[in-house]
Design a protein around this ligand. Structure first.
Ligand code: DP6
Length: 391
């Protein structure tokens, strides 16, 4: 067959990647660790097709044709074709000189901080590898699309090793534990209302480059903090030590945003609502005497929270109390359903946070750790028709 469709997951880093030592190959300045999220709630879906009939390479993203003249896309395709030609076991039914059509969409909004490029590039590279029968590690190919995409090629908890080779061959992702390992772990993604001023906030790629060029604090982060945290959080994940896992996750998010502020000019990604969530979680953990919830923020204002399944109903009620929905009818919770529980008055008092104006928090996605990309085999799941056009 010369058509392949697959879905790929989003991943959320707990030890962040920020700063490149090679912009073209996308080689990072430090190791990073993430959890891969379940594709049932959030995924990218991509169909790739090749044919001697196609006149030019084409790509459609979320229903719109985009230019193929994108160096990251070209690099991934070039690398896949190079590896396909190397593969002696390839059955040879696909000619690498044929043009390719790509159609991709996300089942979640491409809002800032929702890691859409990671899922998108992981999906593209996984589908192309299947189409061209590429064997062996493909995380180093996905990395050339978007650094964090290499972690979405695997399920469970994933470690992206910075590597030291100048060709990037050892800058690959490996699995720490599979998705079944810590089955109680849950993730809440809090999507906030975009404010007009948010559009003035920094853009991710350029911001990362500026940090590497100007931040003094980044030097300390990559030489001291990250190596120690990578080791400690791996131990916490393997031993399912939530207290330690939560502490390291929050500290690393805070340090990442500190490094962003230490960039000149500064990268500001969190907004007032993000900071209110941080205060709420510290107050909640304090009131309960242990780390029940951990926050982490990427290059956008939305919050990603890690917690354990038994704590989800009560914590969600607290969120609902402090950040009331715009209207009772709006769909506030997406993903895994949760029974609502009343918040004890004493807890509200000890947290001491007044309800904010309604509608600040648009919705919450409730999900868990999941597996890596999957091939969809039913022909009605393809996004391209027989002549290679979007359906
Ligand atoms: C803050 O992978 O999107 O989400 O390699 O330039 O495509 P490029 O950047 P990208 O950066 C993600 C950074 C982060 C932290 C992380 O996911 O580790």
């Amino acid at each position: 067959m010369n058509i392949v469709t697959c879905i790929a997951p989003v991943n959320i880093a707990v030890i962040k990647y920020w700063g490149k030592r090679d912009e073209k190959l996308i080689l990072p300045l430090n190791d990073s660790i993430s959890a891969t999220l379940n594709t049932e709630q959030m995924h990218a879906k991509t169909t790739v097709m090749t044919s001697p009939e196609f006149k030019e390479d084409k790509i459609w993203l979320n229903g719109k044709e985009e230019s193929f003249d994108n160096p990251r896309l070209q690099n991934c395709l070039k690398e896949i074709r190079r590896r396909a030609k190397e593969n002696v076991n390839s059955e040879g039914d696909i000619d690498c000189s044929w043009c390719v059509h790509i159609c991709s969409q996300n089942n979640f909004p491409t809002a800032a901080g929702l890691a859409s490029s990671a899922a998108g590039y992981a999906c593209l590279v996984y589908a192309l590898a299947e189409l061209y029968k590429v064997e062996g590690d493909i995380t180093a190919i996905a990395r050339q699309g978007s650094g964090s995409a290499c972690r979405s090629i695997l399920g469970g908890f994933v470690h992206w090793h910075q590597g030291s080779a100048s060709d990037g061959s050892d800058s690959i992702a490996t699995q720490i534990v599979p998705e079944s390992h810590w089955s109680q772990l849950r993730i809440l993604i809090l999507v906030f209302l975009e404010r007009k001023l948010d559009s003035y906030r920094s853009k991710c790629s350029l911001g990362m480059q500026k940090t590497a060029e100007t931040s003094e604090l980044l030097k300390h982060r990559i030489s001291h903090s990250v190596p120690r945290r990578i080791q400690e959080i791996t131990e916490a994940i393997v031993s399912k030590n939530f207290e330690k896992f939560a502490e390291l996750t929050m500290k690393d998010s805070n340090q990442f945003h500190a490094v962003c502020l230490d960039t000149f000019p500064p990268n500001v990604y969190m907004n007032d609502t993000s900071h209110a969530i941080v205060s709420l979680i510290h107050a909640y953990n304090n009131a309960l005497g242990e780390n029940k919830v951990a926050y982490t923020f990427d290059a956008g204002p939305n919050a990603c929270l890690y917690l354990l399944e038994p704590d989800v109903p009560q914590f969600l009620s607290v969120i609902n109390h402090v950040f009331p929905p715009a209207s009772q009818t709006s769909e506030y919770l997406k993903g895994i359903p949760v029974e609502s529980t009343p918040v004890p008055k004493s807890l509200v008092t000890s947290i001491g946070l007044e309800p904010q104006e309604s509608g600040l928090l648009k919705y919450v996605i409730h999900t868990k750790v999941g597996r890596g990309p999957q091939i969809l085999t039913e022909s009605n799941q393809h996004l391209l028709n027989e002549s290679g056009q979007p359906k």
